[in-house]
Design a protein around this ligand. Structure first.
Ligand SMILES: *Cc1c(COP(=O)(O)O)cnc(C)c1O
Length: 369
């Protein structure tokens, strides 16, 4: 093999995907693969079974991979799971929840939305009432970690309510799956959506849906989109044992396999969750020590991304702050909350306690106001 040297990263990504990946994940992309060759399809099958294992210890689940970013997968999942004569209830408390409603609207699906606003999680009582009031609802969708604020939503309380009404429960666990323990059977999720470039720590290019097999089996012919038909994609992967319908992101898929192996080597989701929690704690304590105020109370805060109130100081502007951090090797995220001025710092990816400590020092240097 020709020796090539990976270039150094320009900065550490403290954004919730794409995020900083290991050199070995990047190096896994240096080989070309044939999209329908057996060796490659075997890798796809291994990935699918690893994802199912991560999602629940109980049998009865299956995984399907889909080209595109996370939103493509959410759209594929909504468009395939909800039939034309169904109705979707969206529980939203941030931009990603509202995006699910936008997707349903574009597709012309009947839908309703409970929007509790950015600082309040949806509650099981509200959902119970909504399902009692409107028997036409067939599906309920919500976001697990609402990346807008960093809030970890109580899917474990909502799922059983949805289930008790006999409805289908769809969870966008994009920014939490692989980094926060989730058991689909325990939270009564029928569909769970995530993507390659979040807590599994792969590179961007595809997403995946883990589904209760008995639920995805019901969805044949529901999708009005060809390329985003999750059932067709799943059926092809099942019958062709790892075959994709159209060109697959082969390099990205191969890198994702390495990322899954590295997750296991780290000690699985529990160990990764501990690392992320430690990262978040150092971040929150360090920033609080510098006078910043986290947006959320600790009880709602995920170990994934933290939103901070923007400083009120006259000399503060996000762009300048961002550039001063970037020049020290850290890239952070602008705010996304509608009513409050915030900025966000992610702590997922190949980042560790020492990186968060260095970041806090860099923030101190960047406080020129
Ligand atoms: C990242 C993310 C998505 C998908 O975003 P893409 O930019 O399409 O990858 C969806 N939902 C949540 C909660 C996310 O964090």
């Amino acid at each position: 093999m020709t020796q090539i040297t990976l270039p150094d990263n320009l900065y550490l990504l403290l954004t919730p995907g794409p995020l900083s990946t290991t050199a070995t994940v990047k190096a896994a992309m240096l080989r070309d693969w044939c999209t329908w060759d057996r060796d490659y399809n075997d890798i796809v099958q291994k990935i699918r079974s690893s994802l199912v294992r991560l999602a629940s210890p109980l049998p009865g689940y299956t995984a399907v991979l889909m080209q595109g970013s996370g939103t493509f997968c959410v759209e594929a999942c909504i468009g395939t799971a909800v039939p034309g004569n169904g109705k979707l209830l969206v529980l939203a408390n941030g931009a990603y929840g509202r995006r699910i409603a936008t997707i349903a609207g574009r597709m012309g699906l009947a839908f309703g939305m409970i929007d509790t606003k950015d600082l309040v999680p949806p509650g099981p009582g509200q959902v119970d009432q909504a399902l009692k009031n409107d028997p036409a609802i067939t599906h309920v969708a919500m976001v697990h970690c609402e990346t807008t604020t960093g809030m970890l939503n109580p899917v474990e309380k909502i799922g059983p309510v949805v289930h008790s009404h006999g409805k289908c429960f769809i969870v966008d666990a994009m920014s939490s799956f692989g980094g926060v323990p989730i058991d689909m059977a325990a939270i009564k999720a029928d569909f769970l959506v995530s993507s390659a470039n979040k807590c599994i720590q792969g590179v961007p290019g595809f997403g995946y849906v883990i589904a209760k097999t008995s639920e995805i089996e019901k969805t044949k012919g529901r999708s009005l989109s060809l390329s985003l038909d999750l059932f067709d994609q799943w059926e092809t992967m099942e019958k062709g044992q790892g075959k994709w319908r159209f060109t697959s992101p082969t390099h990205v898929v191969r890198a994702f396999k390495t990322a899954l192996d590295e997750l296991e080597a780290e000690g699985g989701v529990t160990a990764r969750w501990q690392r992320y929690k430690e990262n978040q704690k150092i971040l929150a304590e360090g920033m609080t020590g510098l006078g910043f105020k986290p947006l959320l109370p600790e009880a709602f805060q995920s170990p994934v991304i933290t939103a901070f109130h923007s400083p009120q100081a006259r000399g503060y502007d996000f762009k300048g702050f961002y550039e001063r951090l970037k020049s020290q090797g850290f890239v952070i995220y602008p705010g996304k909350v509608t009513e409050i001025d915030t900025f966000r710092i992610g702590n997922i990816g190949h980042v560790f306690a020492g990186d968060m400590q260095r970041l806090v020092k860099a923030v101190k240097n960047a406080m020129t106001w």
